[in-house]
Ligand binder design. Sequence first.
Ligand SMILES: [Mg+2]
Length: 293
Amino acid sequence: MYEGLGFLFIRIGNGYFYRQRIAMKYLYLSAALSVLLSACQPQSEEITKAQEPQIPSQEYLVAATLWVQHSAEYRALCYQAYEWAGLRLHSILQNAPSQPAVILDLDETVLDNSAFTGWQIENDEPFSYDSWAKWTAFAEALEVPGAGDFLRLADSLGVTLFYVSNRDTSALQETIQNMERFNMPQLKPEHFLLKTNTSGKEDRRAEIEGRGYEVVLLIGDNLGDFHEKWDKADTATRQRLTNESRSRFGQDYIVLPNPIYGTWEGALYNFDRSLNDSERDAHRKKALRVAPL
Ligand SMILES: [Mg+2]
């Protein structure tokens, strides 16, 4: 009897442990499955990252580049600047300066390099001196509208032209070749003062005056083309200095539009060249004046 009861307990006990083992098996199996499934699925943070639109680093240049390349308004502004420069030159020459000279910047003043920016956008390539050197070696920049006519007018009036540019001195021959395509005058090397050691242009302007020339007009797309005081100034100071020099604009300072690049942009980044693309983007967004809607 006791043996019978004992056997019964053993059977019941075995059944209990058997069910327990089956239950544990299912538990292990479902745990393993859930680990496997979670490994196959991206985590929530990864999903957010993957779903974030990846904006190419040069995308912010698209509108400005299209404006230069396609808007008739850009063209009209360039004509306006050079037409006015011609009128000013006629007027100034009535005072018979002894050795009149006009100083012009080249890039985005005489030569339109917006195709280079187009290449940067298409290839998502930030500016680099290597790619810039390849571009200038092509000698394929276009003429800024009105530049050639003005240069030929100044030349015909006996005015000496000086091209003060931050193109590298090694790009001189290609630059001359590029300008020859548009029949621009005074293309001998002595008319070019390209960048040697500094991007500041004050020394080069002083050198021209030192040669006995009276600089009657300065033409550029960047305020550093007119005076060094704008070179390292922050955005607010640039605005203030411009207000203070207001009477010079349209008199002896003739400005061409350049929405693509310039010291104005460097000032937004506090001239910090170590910033990466996303930090530069953050500086741009922070600088926006935003309506309180
Ligand atoms: Mg320029």
